[in-house]
Design a protein around this ligand. Sequence first.
Ligand SMILES: [Zn+2]
Length: 282
Amino acid sequence: MPELPEVETIARDLLASIVGARVASVWGSGLALRLGRPVDLAQIRDVAQSRRIVDVRRKAKYLLIEFEAGSRNHAPSSPGILIHLGMSGRLLVEPGDKPRPPHTHVVLSLADGREVRFRDPRRFGFVAAGAPIGERSELAALGPDPLTELDVAGLAARLVGVRAPIKAFLLDQTRVGGLGNIYVCEALHWAGIHPSAPAGSTRRRADALLAGIRTALELGIQNRGTTLRDYVDSFGTGGNNAAALRVYGREGQPCPACGAPIRRRVDSARSTFFCARCQRRR
Ligand SMILES: [Zn+2]
């Protein structure tokens, strides 16, 4: 499942490759994506067709493709398309004359002959338009982005009085936007915090926690994302971060910090990987 570093990698690549390009046409498969909802192609055409792409950026695990505003728009954020890759979504930039792969659901055909293709075999992804894009409710519901919007004091304030385990707190997108299971396990190991510690009890260590989160995410971005199964970048290439993971997927292997065997626990059907020596319960 693509997480923040994977989405950031795609956003940076798209920023370099498609900004300035004009969308000639929009195509859709007609099949529903997340929650069985159909994609509103008319709305996507309305913001994208015949318009130039002016920015590509990431907010939490969402990708935003922004378009020139046209005459009627003076809002601080431009009209745009919001994309979430869900479980298996891919966003590929390919020549228009290359056959579209199966499970392609939305295509932006660029005037220069290339296509931006959203492909999603499991159809948990999401593609929708907004004008301005920044006002979509999906974005408004998100907590601060851990790389760009969160500081130590802000994180500490959010932790006050929270009894839920720190791992659940970090996975809750309304508390902090953009973290998923892999990078939460990694961040807690970097910070030396036990995954089941009550979130409120880690408040005084918010500096170590934020540093751990950023280290885990930045390493992921540097390595162009973690590919365990499905994730590929916009060129169709996997990321290199799996080899750099310290605990995730490493049950029984020695902790890179202390050598004790990494443990795995399952809660709410998700695996938690941690080192019982480096991440002691206090
Ligand atoms: Zn250890």
